[in-house]
Design a protein around this ligand. Structure first.
Ligand code: NI
Length: 254
C-alpha cells in the first residue's frame, strides 16, 4: 500500500469525478493521502475532504503565491484548523521566485516565517514549497530551529539535501524523477537514506512517465516508486512499505 503525502484533490481538475476517484484509491493500493492547502479556500476544502474520507488527511497553509492574501484572520483560521484531528501539518508554505508577477520576496519571506513559527508553537510538521528560492528557503528553515518538515517535490542540489537531512528533515519526490532530465534529483535520491524519503504525486500536476502531461492522481505512485527502487536496488514493494512508514512517522499517524 502507498502513501501519497502531497496531492491537491480540491483542485478544479477533479470536479467531474473527485468522489469516485477518492473512494476508489484504497482499491488501487493507495491507503493514505495528505491534501495540502494553498490559501484559505483550498485549506478549508482540504479539511472538508479529510472529514469525508477516512484515508484522506489535510494540511493547511498559505502558499507563497498566495502570500499577499495573508492577513490577521489567516493566523486565526490556521489555529482553529490545527485543532482538527485530521489536520496533520502546516503546508504548503515556502518561497516561489519563479514568477515575476507573484508576491514580493519580502512578503513571501514574512508570511513563510510566521507560518514556520506557528507550526513550531502548535507542534505540527511543515510542508515546504521551494521553487527557484533554494538559498533563502534553506536559510529560513535553518533559522526555525526545532521545526520539523519536508521539502516537497525536492528540486535542490545534493549539497543542499545534505544540509536538510542534517536537520532531521525529509525529502519527498514526485513524477519529476521519472522525466528524462531528472539527473540532479536522481543524485539526491542516491545520497538520501531510505528512511528520509517520502512519495507524493502533487496531483493533478507532474504525472510521471508514461502518463506525463495527463492529469495526475495517486494511482500513479508505483511509477515514482519504481525509479527509487532502481536507484536503491530494492523492490517497489519495499519502497512502498518504507515510504509509507516514513510518512506515518512524519505526520504522526499510527
Ligand atoms: Ni503542491
Amino acid at each position: 500500500m502507498f502513501f501519497d503525502t502531497h496531492a491537491h484533490y480540491d483542485d478544479d481538475a477533479f470536479d467531474s469525478d473527485r468522489d469516485e476517484l477518492l473512494a476508489a484509491l484504497p482499491e488501487k493500493c493507495v491507503s493514505l493521502v495528505v491534501n495540502p492547502g494553498c490559501s484559505y479556500d483550498s485549506s478549508l476544502a482540504a479539511v472538508r475532504l479529510a472529514e469525508k474520507y477516512p484515508h484522506v488527511y489535510a494540511a493547511v497553509g498559505w502558499h507563497p503565491q498566495d502570500a499577499d492574501k495573508w492577513d490577521v484572520q489567516s493566523e486565526v483560521a490556521l489555529r482553529e484548523w490545527a485543532k482538527h484531528e485530521k489536520v496533520l501539518a502546516i503546508g504548503e508554505i515556502g518561497l516561489d521566485y519563479h514568477y515575476d508577477d507573484g508576491p514580493s520576496k519580502e512578503i513571501q519571506i514574512s508570511v513563510f516565517r510566521k507560518q514556520l513559527e506557528l507550526a513550531k508553537e502548535l507542534d505540527l510538521p511543515v510542508i515546504i514549497h521551494d521553487r527557484d528560492a533554494h538559498a533563502d528557503c534553506l536559510e529560513l528553515v535553518q533559522e526555525a530551529k526545532g521545526t520539523r518538515g519536508v521539502f516537497h517535490c525536492y528540486s535542490g542540489s545534493a549539497e543542499m539535501a545534505r544540509e536538510i537531512l542534517k536537520l532531521g528533515w525529509y525529502l519527498s519526490f514526485t513524477g519529476v524523477i521519472t522525466f528524462k532530465n531528472a539527473k540532479k534529483a536522481l543524485e539526491v535520491i542516491r545520497i538520501t537514506p531510505m528512511d528520509r524519503i517520502m512519495l507524493e504525486t502533487d496531483s493533478p500536476y507532474l504525472a510521471p512517465v508514461p502518463n506525463r502531461g495527463k492529469r495526475n492522481d495517486s494511482s500513479n505512485l508505483p511509477y515514482i516508486a519504481q525509479t527509487i527502487a532502481d536507484i536503491k536496488g530494492i523492490s517497489v514493494q519495499e519502497v512502498a512499505r518504507i515510504t509509507r512508514e516514513n510518512g506515518m512517522r512524519f505526520f504522526g499517524l499510527s
